[in-house]
Write a protein that binds this ligand. Structure first.
Ligand code: NAP
Ligand code: ZN
Length: 352
């Protein structure tokens, strides 16, 4: 075991602050990574503030962070995929049972015995797992992803959650070429959704509550932008979408978007608001529309997504911050004021 510098929160109302945490020594199949960048996902904030207390209560202290990219510093004797010096990345999962039907289907995110990168029981050290707001992490190589060498690392980190969470449902929905696709909410997930939908050949429409994001939405790849608080603009798109990805992190009227689906259209929810959303039966009945949900993606699909990003030169648009600005970044995240993902430069931890 060794100590690593990190940032943690002591309670739902405490700010994140400098600390040291234990990390395990790399065992046979482990990869030890020096973390270079870690994205700030809204899920980090939901967890730090215990906003999902009914589903997965937060154990304190919490070290969040599941958008991790770095360099391998050490590998166990049985590791075959990585060697010291390689770039490596880690997303939301660090372990699963490898045997359940979900794992066998490459859908480790639905394994009943999965271990999330933070706030999950830690099989090695006891307590809970600690995430990427840290100088290092030790992870089983089966959950470590390779990083394309041509991409900017600060912008790669968010691919590990925001990227795969938007890539996976769009891929699953089928060929989006020529389809009308809506992306609701232009934050970390939403802006990746726009990039992927565009890369998949869809006609992309962004729904935003922030008029100031309109130009950016077009630059990121949207063909059209709708200010969702304007009922006339919404009405112009009634019953016309094949697929809508809803990334909103807070309470909202989901029926306003379901009503924009064409016959047999689907709205996939990836945003995870604290409170349940009310769905009008009639919005679904007319047009045989459906809603569904999606949770990150499996390990093989995450690698596929990273390789796709390497090939198509896709990364997140990031605001790089030192870790000392993390609490300020959280306040801005709540106000939907980030363009479009914070990526923490972990070199800043060295001064702590
Ligand atoms: P984010 O960067 O904060 O983006 C959320 C966006 O939602 C905001 O930028 C804003 O976009 C919009 N929004 C916020 N409050 C709103 C409100 N009251 N009404 C309408 N729109 C609002 O968050 P994120 O990191 O993309 O995460 C989004 C959600 O997905 C979070 O709940 C997160 O926990 C969840 N998540 C789920 C998964 C999964 O596997 N399913 C993975 C990662 C994250 P505009 O300014 O454009 O309106
Ligand atoms: Zn996330």
């Amino acid at each position: 075991m060794f100590n690593a510098k990190a940032y943690s929160a002591a309670s739902a109302t405490s700010p994140l602050a400098s600390t040291t945490i234990p990390r395990r020594d790399a065992t046979e199949h482990d990869v030890q990574i020096e973390i270079l960048f870690c994205g700030i996902c809204h899920s980090d904030l939901h967890s730090v503030r215990n906003e999902w207390s009914n589903i997965m209560p937060t154990v304190y202290p919490i070290v969040p962070g599941h958008e991790i990219v770095g360099r391998v510093t050490k590998v166990g004797s049985g590791v075959t995929k990585f060697k010291p010096g390689d770039l490596a990345s880690v997303g939301c999962l660090v372990d699963s049972d490898h045997t359940c039907p979900n794992c066998q289907d490459g859908l480790e995110q639905f394994c009943p015995n999965q271990t999330f990168t933070f706030n999950s029981p830690d099989k090695h050290l006891g307590g809970v797992t600690y995430g990427g707001y840290s100088e290092s992490i030790v992870v089983d190589e089966a959950f470590v992803l390779s990083v394309p060498s041509n991409l900017n690392l600060a912008g790669v980190a968010p691919l590990l959650c925001a990227g795969i969470t938007t890539y996976s449902p769009m891929r699953r929905w089928g060929n989006l070429k020529g389809k009308k696709v809506g992306v609701v909410g232009l934050g970390g997930l939403g802006h990746m959704g726009v990039k992927f939908a565009r890369a998949f050949g869809a006609h992309v429409v962004v729904f935003t509550t922030s008029p100031g994001k309109k130009e950016d939405a077009l630059r990121l790849g949207a063909h059209e932008v709708v200010i969702s608080r304007n009922p006339d603009e919404m009405q112009q798109h009634a019953a016309s979408f094949n697929f809508i990805l809803d990334t909103i992190s807070a309470d909202h009227d989901i029926n306003a978007y379901i009503n924009l689906l064409a016959r047999d259209g689907n709205l996939t929810l990836v945003g995870a608001p604290e409170k349940p959303l009310a769905v009008s039966a009639f919005s679904l009945l007319s047009g045989r529309r459906s809603i569904s949900g999606s949770l990150i993606g499996g390990i093989a699909e995450t690698q596929e997504m990273l390789d796709f990003c390497g090939k198509h030169d896709i990364t997140a648009d990031v605001e790089v911050i030192p870790i000392q600005k993390v609490n300020e970044a959280y306040e801005r995240l709540v106000k939907a004021d980030v363009k479009y993902r914070f990526s923490i430069d972990m070199a800043s931890l060295k001064t702590e």
